[in-house]
Design a binder for this molecule. Structure first.
Ligand SMILES: Nc1c(NC[C@H](O)[C@H](O)[C@H](O)CO)[nH]c(=O)[nH]c1=O
Ligand SMILES: CC(=O)[C@@H](O)COP(=O)(O)O
Length: 140
């Protein structure tokens, strides 16, 4: 059994709670332990994961957050840079599932975050686990 770190950006707490529920359920169903850290927004997620990884305590990471389009270019900056940061870490060999929703409105986010509907938190956890398993197989 290994520990997976869930990093959550708590910008929209009620939506994040659903992502968290799905991610935790998927990790537990796979027989792993999990811990959760919280940061203010999605832009902090890659840095938080990079820092936590230095502890050497986690076999995989799940990034959870919700970015909803506003009036300015900020949406693109937060959406694209959080994804880029996570991908940079992934290509360095970290097993990371990206569960950051980038949506037009709250209803789109709700449908995707709800574990009984889109369950994107659970999907991100399963993606992290799949990369972890590949690393165990090819680069143990
Ligand atoms: N607008 C959203 C943000 N913005 C905040 C940034 O992520 C960041 O925390 C701030 O710029 C300080 O570095 N974050 C989200 O997670 N969702 C948003 O919709
Ligand atoms: C991520 C966003 O687009 C949003 O939260 C920021 O809104 P705005 O562009 O209206 O400042």
């Amino acid at each position: 059994m290994s520990t997976i770190l869930i990093a959550e950006a708590r910008f929209y707490p009620h939506l994040n709670d659903m992502l968290l529920e799905g991610a935790r359920a998927a990790i537990e169903a796979a027989g792993h332990k999990h811990e959760t850290l919280t940061v203010p927004g999605a832009l902090e997620l890659p840095g938080a994961i990079a820092l936590a990884a230095r502890s050497g305590r986690f076999c995989a990471f799940v990034a959870l957050g919700v970015v909803i389009r506003g009036e300015t270019y900020h949406f693109e900056a937060v959406s694209n840079e959080s994804a880029r940061g996570l991908m940079d870490l992934t290509l360095q060999g970290f097993a990371i599932g990206n569960g950051i929703l980038t949506v037009e409105n709250e209803e789109q986010a709700r449908v995707r975050a709800d574990p009984r509907l889109g369950n994107k938190g659970g999907g991100a956890a399963e993606a992290a686990l799949s990369l972890f398993q590949l690393r165990e197989k090819y680069a143990p």
